[in-house]
Design a protein. Structure first.
Length: 294
């Protein structure tokens, strides 16, 4: 979309770009009303302990089902929402929805008290006052700050404006763990890890995919794990699709992972069913070996 707009202002402007622009305009206008029409929902992907195979938490991922456009992927509409200034209200809805959902799950015994739910936070949301919005949602739903994880990307840390720095300080003071998403794919130096006491890293899928076949990737992932351990940061490996990769990561000492091997991001009811089933399996066989998740 950005490409079409950019090229549109120069000489290159053919039919396919015209079609792209029309689609972009339709996406814009549909997205403006999506939140109000209740077209947004969340999917939940388990975060699994690689040793016990227990579900330790989950990541909430935004879904948009448009009657006009069908299912639109977050990679297609989140950047548009950011451009249109819609990510703040959408992001506030996500925080509210996640806190309400997690409080209900805790009350109903779907999850235990240590279970954490992670939310993706756009750089545009990292503004003074965002922490107060999060604190308010936590308080209204009776949740301790430690169970809500906030995922930010390296681009947030690259932004050296005082406004972003203040917002990050407010979030750190709040006590919600801050995780660095897509770790390794950004362009920033590691100096922010010295300046900001982040709580964890999520190793990007691009490092995880070939970790079993590439010695170079194994070395890189091992260094990330060593660095995280030294800095008292937790690590989640993202995008684990095969048992071989899971075994390799476990061998390297990685504790947590998420990926299609265990579960895709699931609609709420399916996640609840899975979490209940897993809790039951554990309580009926407390001393037994872990059952496999899939
Ligand atoms: P992310 O936060 O890095 O989320 C992980 C993405 O990897 C998700 O894509 C997830 O479905 C996908 N994934 C997980 N396991 C596997 C696997 O084993 N194989 C493969 N191929 N993919 C896997 P999804 O749901 O399409 O989300 C894409 C991105 O959209 C997210 O990347 C995040 O950056 C953004 N996003 C999602 N929800 C929100 C939200 O509520 N707010 C904001 N600001 N951004 C969001
Ligand atoms: Mg994420
Ligand atoms: Mg990621
Ligand atoms: Mg991402």
């Amino acid at each position: 979309r950005a490409k079409a707009v950019q090229r549109g202002s120069s000489v290159v402007f053919d039919e396919s770009l015209r079609a792209d622009l029309a689609r972009g305009a339709q996406l814009d206008s549909e997205l403006r009303g999506a939140l109000g029409r209740g077209e947004l929902s969340l999917a939940f992907q388990p975060v699994v302990d690689l040793v016990s195979e227990r579900i330790e938490g989950a990541e909430a991922l935004l879904r948009w089902t448009s009657p006009q456009l069908g299912v639109v992927a977050p990679s297609d509409f989140v950047p548009v929402a950011e451009d249109l200034g819609l990510i703040a209200p959408i992001g506030a809805w996500v925080v509210e929805e996640v806190c309400g959902t997690l409080a209900a799950w805790r009350d109903e015994g779907v999850v235990d008290g240590d279970f954490s739910l992670a939310v993706n936070v756009s750089g545009r949301q990292v503004r003074p006052g965002f922490a107060a919005l999060v604190a308010d949602a936590l308080a209204r739903h009776g949740l301790p700050a430690r169970v809500l994880h906030l995922e930010i990307t390296e681009s947030v840390l690259l932004d050296e404006s005082s406004c972003t720095a203040l917002a990050l300080d407010e979030l750190l003071a709040l006590g919600t763990p801050l995780l660095l998403d897509d770790f390794g794919t950004g362009f920033s130096s590691l100096s922010y890890l010295h300046r900001l006491p982040l709580n964890g890293l999520k190793i990007d899928k691009s490092f995880v995919d070939q970790v079993s076949s590439s010695g170079r990737l194994r070395t890189l992932v091992a260094s990330m794990l060593a660095m995280a351990e030294g800095l008292h940061m937790s690590v989640v490996a993202e995008g684990v699709e095969t048992q071989e990769v899971a075994d390799t990561l476990r061998g390297l000492g990685c504790r947590r992972a998420q990926g299609y091997l265990w579960a895709r991001p699931l609609p709420l009811e399916e996640f609840v069913a899975l979490a209940r089933e897993r809790r039951q399996a554990r309580s009926s066989a407390p001393a037994g070996p872990p059952t496999t998740l899939s």
